[in-house]
Design a protein around this ligand. Structure first.
Ligand SMILES: *[C@@H]1O[C@H](CO)[C@@H](O)[C@H](O)[C@H]1NC(C)=O
Length: 434
């Protein structure tokens, strides 16, 4: 009898864990790409070649009004005004791709004005009601099929990755009381649970509106996400398991930014596998877990103190110089990285190309670097995702029986097909391995 009950329970578990035979491919679209220059300028029509691979299209990003707590377009002119009307341009893709679910994502670390509002909103039931009602209205008015909460929680403090004096340093650190990043952690955790519940309630009154949560990089889910309390209210949770180390957070030490598993001597919580484990151990069904794949690299400048072998973690001297298109220190889109891996005909006046170092274990990711010249200049170290590593992440997702992958974001994948002739090579590679 006991065996029978166990057998039936196991069957029920299998059923609960596999309602979708096809993995989700959640594609993020960062609308800031509309105003980038030349090759990097992406218009909504440039999304078309990607969309037969995507199950969801996240419009990034809406924001929170700092005074009213309403959910609002972050760029009225671009998002909703008649001349551009990007919200509509995106949701109109449903005509050509009927299975595609366009959703409106809020936050995403893009809504930087008055960041404290994300905490304050969670503390006030009234503000939450205003936010929920305005969000549902905004999404509905523009034809979105759901809302994604890419909530801007306080970030964890950056940790020193490793040093020769690692254990001694660790000992010293322990003797100081660490100040918490957020002295209202519990209140914010409970407020977010309430927000998710209230949002679900409002969305369930509309036909076919989905709700998802995106855990942004360096947000500690074990502090803010009460998995058992929210998981039944959301369609999926997208874990942005990248940017574990960035040149802004760790300017003096470059390292793998998005390992699947823990590299030797690193913090065991800072990788995709650990992020997934937190959710599964807290009872989330695996099919609701989506793992994020970044389409960009993080770069650091190397100087004459950096070890010439290039092996991470490696001494660095702040962010690497901005890319020609993304124009942001410490950041390169995939096509920008790929252009640096070749120097056609060894053109004079150009820096030597970067040497790519792949990871035969398929666990930690790829990096590329060049040591500084004799004047100590031009050194660069970049950790990035390429089609091979994106495929490895998708294979990880598949082997764990998870719900799918997300691509963050389409505008930094090679949407023009400049590296090889394929457009969206990272998206494609990941999709094929899923
Ligand atoms: C996240 O929070 C938990 C609980 O407070 C803590 O044990 C863990 O070290 C934190 N993780 C990181 C990466 O800071």
């Amino acid at each position: 009898m006991k065996a029978l009950i166990a057998f039936v329970a196991a069957l029920a578990l299998v059923a609960a864990n596999s309602p979708t035979p096809v993995g989700k491919v959640v594609c993020y679209y960062d609308s800031r790409s509309y105003v980038r220059e030349s090759q990097a300028r992406m218009l909504p029509m440039d999304l078309d070649p990607a969309l037969s691979f995507c199950t969801h299209l996240m419009y990034g990003y809406a924001g929170v009004h700092p005074d009213t707590y309403k959910m609002v377009p972050l760029n009225e002119n671009l998002d909703v005004d008649r001349t551009h009307a990007n919200y509509r341009a995106i949701t109109n893709f449903k005509g050509k791709y009927p299975a595609l679910k366009p959703m409106l994502s809020v936050g995403g670390d893009v809504d930087t004005e008055d960041p404290q509002k994300y905490n304050l909103l969670l503390e006030s039931p009234q503000a939450r009601t205003t936010f929920v009602n305005s969000a549902v209205l905004l999404a509905e008015q523009h034809g979105f099929d759901g809302i994604d909460l890419a909530w801007q929680f306080p970030k964890t403090k950056p940790k020193k990755i490793r040093s020769t004096w690692g254990s001694i340093w660790h000992g010293i650190k322990k003797t100081f009381a660490t100040t918490p990043v957020d002295d209202k952690e519990t209140e914010h955790r409970e407020g977010f649970t309430a927000l998710v519940r209230e949002m679900k309630q409002a969305l369930s009154l509309k036909p076919n509106m989905q709700l998802s949560v995106t855990i942004l990089p360096n947000v500690n889910a074990s502090i803010y996400i009460d998995v058992p309390a929210i998981i039944n209210h959301v369609d999926f949770v997208n874990l942005e398991t990248f940017d574990y180390s960035t040149p802004q957070r760790n300017p003096k030490e470059a390292d793998y930014t998005a390992p699947i598993y823990t590299p030797q001597n690193r913090n065991e919580l800072l990788n995709s596998n650990a992020a997934v484990n937190y959710f599964t151990q807290a009872g989330a069904p695996t099919y609701k877990i989506i793992v994020g794949i970044a389409t960009f690299g993080r770069t650091w400048a190397l100087d004459s103190d950096s070890e010439i072998a290039g092996v991470p973690p490696i001494h660095a001297n702040g962010p690497g110089e901005a890319g020609p298109y993304t124009k942001t220190e410490g950041l390169l889109s995939y096509p920008e990285v790929c252009a640096k891996l070749i120097n056609p005909n060894h053109q004079k006046g150009m820096r030597p190309h970067l040497r790519k170092v792949t990871d035969p274990s398929k666990r930690f990711g790829t990096y590329a670097f060049r040591v500084p010249d004799d004047n100590g200049e031009g050194g660069l170290w970049v950790s990035y995702e390429d089609p091979d590593t994106a495929g490895q992440k998708a294979a990880f997702v598949k082997s764990r029986g998870l719900g799918g992958i997300s691509i963050v974001d389409l505008s930094m994948d090679d949407f023009r097909g400049l590296c090889t002739s394929d457009k969206y090579p990272i998206l494609r590679a990941a999709k094929y391995r899923l």
